[in-house]
Write a protein that binds this ligand. Structure first.
Ligand code: SAH
Length: 348
């Protein structure tokens, strides 16, 4: 049997490239505008549904092009009906994940920026097989458009907290943010976009120079260099003091308060000594701490602390005047932690 030819996604084309494409089919420029409207402002999944295009153009386009080049493999919905985990397949057969979260204020999508991850954080399922490849920017926004289509919704917030390290895929991540926040594209407010990093310090300076209005989230997870180097290996290249300086610089350059993510692991980084050392690092800084009880993954024997330890940890930070939230526990029943669903599928 002949292998089926993979059609190129129209989401890979910017406006000028779409104009060139319709012109190559001897069509006037305004057809590009019509196609653009279907791609970004209407929810369709078939070129044939672009009802105001001439049949000839639909036929010409359909030969080599498609709307999506990412397919939905599986959707798991949580018992509470407020989160959905999508397992997706890229055009070259890689599995990626994204998670849709429903909040009172609307829908948030947690997108992946890479297939797998090279960072090696010990509690994270995404990194166990290393990095397979970077995602292209259009594959990142395609996750949003695919879920919008599938659920018939309009996602209004995006967190780059799925698989991958966005600052390791820097150029594509930056293109993603700039593009989806463009009024002619998805028009998402930059204030509704969060980029989460394990702390690639040089790239934090590069990002600061862009002066975007996004939220930067930094995965700290330990206030002690030796321990952080063990669980977040990038720390061996840039210790906590360097990372904190980069965070200060990011605020100075953008005026945007940075979020510190801290995944609490029972018996590991959840002690009073940890909370106190964290306070020493962060006291008085324009930051916000987000505590995340660790989501256990099959490959490691980490577990979340008992509730009273989480509360006590939070209390210590708050007493020191540090604004602290605890992430709503979402999607435990749908393998909500990064990379878990993809791994279990690959193992089958
Ligand atoms: N590479 C980026 C973004 C992806 S991970 C980063 O490191 O920030 C998004 C967040 O989920 C990070 O804070 C990460 O440390 C955290 N995370 C990964 N695996 C987790 C798990 N099993 N339980 C809880 N949080 C986890």
């Amino acid at each position: 049997m002949l292998a089926q030819k993979v059609k190129a996604s129209l989401y890979a084309y910017d406006y000028d490239a779409l104009i060139a494409l319709v012109k190559s089919f001897n069509q006037p420029k305004f057809r590009a505008k019509q196609i653009w409207d279907f791609l970004y402002h209407k929810r369709i999944s078939n070129i044939a549904d672009m009802y105001n295009l001439p049949n000839k153009l639909i036929a010409d386009l359909s030969g080599d092009y498609a709307i999506f080049d990412i397919a939905i493999v599986k959707v798991l919905s949580s018992a509470d009906g407020n989160s959905w985990k999508y397992l997706l397949e890229t055009h070259d057969g890689h599995l990626i994940e994204c998670v849709l979260l429903k909040y009172a204020h609307g829908y948030t999508l947690c997108v992946s920026s890479q297939v797998g991850c090279a960072m090696g954080c010990t509690f994270c399922a995404s990194t166990i097989d290393g990095l397979a490849r970077h995602l292209k920017a259009y594959e990142m926004w395609q996750q949003i458009l695919l879920v919008n289509y599938d659920q018939n919704i309009r996602i209004s917030r995006v967190v780059m907290m799925g698989s991958g390290e966005p600052l390791h895929n820097y150029a594509a991540s930056l293109q993603f943010i700039k593009t989806i926040s463009d009024a002619d594209h998805l028009g998402l407010s930059q204030r509704h976009i969060t980029l989460s990093t394990c702390g690639i310090v040089d790239r934090i300076y590069d990002l600061a120079a862009e002066k975007l209005q996004i939220t930067l989230a930094v995965s700290l997870h330990s206030p002690f260099d030796a321990e952080r180097s063990e669980i977040v290996p990038i720390n061996r290249q840039a210790p906590i003091a360097d990372l904190l300086r980069a965070i200060d610089h990011y605020f100075a350059a953008t005026g945007r308060r940075v979020t510190i993510e801290y995944a609490l692991i029972k018996g590991k980084n959840d002690s009073a000594a940890h909370a106190n050392a964290l306070v020493e690092h962060l006291r008085g800084k324009p930051i916000h701490v987000n505590l995340i009880p660790i989501n256990p993954i099959a490959e490691r024997n980490y577990s979340p602390p008992d509730k009273q330890y989480v509360t006590a940890f939070k209390k210590r930070l708050e007493t020191a005047g540090i604004h602290t939230t605890q992430r709503r526990e979402l999607g435990d029943d749908i393998q909500g932690a990064c990379g878990q669903l993809r791994r279990s599928q690959k193992k089958q």
